[in-house]
Design a protein around this ligand. Structure first.
Ligand SMILES: N[C@@H](CCC(=O)N[C@@H](CS)C(=O)NCC(=O)O)C(=O)O
Length: 204
């Protein structure tokens, strides 16, 4: 059996890396960067024809798309009480919130990250960040409302749904006021990002 996760942790590869750490899996981390053409070599394109990290190679089963990688690993290596969905309700929450995050939130969150922090200062366009933050207000409202009645995305325990949503919400950090009126979301995100498994994944 061999499990490999391709992609540096300062990328969407944090999602499967975080899941692997939560599950205590033994795996090989192949820290392919997203810059410099490493994802566009013939060898890498044979793994993921899109030329993106992350990729998971689970003993020959290839998974790409970071949310799919995270959800796949959680289910594939589930044990009783682990972060995999254990009930139909948790399954529904993991799926709906993961898809919500990539379709509704990710693009604007990435714009905030890049144009507030990630890009060299001369390339940042603050007006793009401002527009993205405006869009994100409605998403934060949805999240805050959901978290009024539960501690984590799928209830009272941390699951893979928290990994997928927090790994995107984290990108909105440079938007100073976005979470100001969302105390439940703030507390939830802090709890997620303080988890030892997240820290181990990030340190890779
Ligand atoms: N939707 C894809 C996006 C993957 C993606 O764009 N990855 C970036 C790094 S976070 C990348 O590999 N960029 C390098 C490139 O496109 O050449 C996913 O969630 O996995």
């Amino acid at each position: 059996m061999s499990l490999k996760i391709y992609g540096i942790s300062a990328s969407r590869a944090i999602r499967p890396l975080w899941v692997a750490e939560e599950l205590g899996l033994s795996y090989e981390h192949v820290p392919v960067p997203y810059q410099g053409g490493a994802t566009r070599t013939p060898e890498f394109l044979a793994l993921n024809p899109n030329g993106h990290i992350p990729v998971v190679d689970d003993d020959g089963i290839i998974v790409w798309e970071s949310m799919a990688c995270a959800l796949y690993l959680a289910r594939r290596y589930a044990t009783p009480g682990s972060i995999a969905p254990q009930t139909p309700q948790e399954e529904a929450d993991a799926l709906r919130w993961s898809f919500w995050t990539v379709t509704e939130v990710e693009k604007d969150a990435l714009t905030v990250l890049m144009h507030r922090l990630g890009l060299p200062p001369e390339q940042r366009k603050p007006e793009l960040a401002v527009a993205a933050e405006k869009h994100l207000v409605a998403d934060v409202r949805v999240l805050e409302q959901h978290l009024q009645t539960r501690t984590y995305m799928a209830g009272e325990r941390f699951t893979v749904a928290d990994v997928t949503v927090a790994s995107v919400m984290f990108w909105t950090g440079p938007a100073a006021t976005l979470l100001e009126s969302a105390p439940r979301t703030q507390a939830w995100l802090k709890a997620c990002l303080e988890r030892p498994a997240y820290r181990r994944a990030k340190a890779r």
